[in-house]
Design a protein around this ligand. Structure first.
Ligand SMILES: [Cu+2]
Length: 76
C-alpha cells in the first residue's frame, strides 16, 4: 500500500542540503514523488509500505546529519 510521509526537519541551511536529501530519499526502495520544501524544512515522499517505512526514511535523513523532529504518515 502506498503511503505518504512528511518529515519535519529543524532547518535547511542551503540549497545543496535540499539536493542531498532529495537524491538520498529518491534512491530508497519503493519511494516516489520526493519533494523537499526548503523554507518549511519538510521532506515529503510517497512510499510503498511493503518495501519501506517512514522510520527507515527518517533514518536516511538522520544519517545525512539532519535532525528529524516529526514524522507524519498518511494513507494515500
Ligand atoms: Cu547545505
Amino acid at each position: 500500500m502506498t503511503k505518504k510521509v512528511t518529515l519535519q526537519l529543524d532547518a535547511l541551511t542551503c540549497p545543496s542540503c535540499l539536493t542531498k536529501i532529495e537524491s538520498a530519499v529518491k534512491q530508497q526502495p519503493g519511494v516516489a514523488n520526493v519533494k523537499v520544501l526548503f523554507n518549511a524544512a519538510k521532506v515529503k515522499a510517497d512510499f510503498d509500505d511493503s518495501q519501506n517505512s517512514a522510520e527507515q526514511l527518517a533514518d536516511v535523513v538522520t544519517k545525512l546529519g539532519y535532525e528529524v523532529q516529526k514524522v507524519k504518515v498518511k494513507d494515500l
